[in-house]
Design a protein around this ligand. Sequence first.
Ligand code: ZN
Length: 110
Amino acid sequence: MSLDDFYCSRTVKAIRKPHECEQCGRQIDVGSPAEYGAGKYDGYFYARYQHIECRAAGMAYAEATGLWGEDFTWFQHADSDQRDDIGEWLLEHHPIVAERINYQREEVSA
Ligand SMILES: [Zn+2]
């Protein structure tokens, strides 16, 4: 961290260009609301968009797990072990986002 690092975010009511959601990896459609975040970290400028629901789910997940900052969980980048935990948690709390990352509970057939 250097002194000129910063981060800011705001809610966009309707995006004018399609963007990929950082959290689920799917496209956010033009005209949809999105959470826009921009910052500078270690001299690099970055900007990202997330679905409103994905951002809410991401924040809630970080709250539940205590994983913030470097350890923050991006659902689309989770490894397969983590994915089951995240998927189950999403199905329970944020089913829309579970669907976006294509998580489905495996049917146990006898
Ligand atoms: Zn998303």
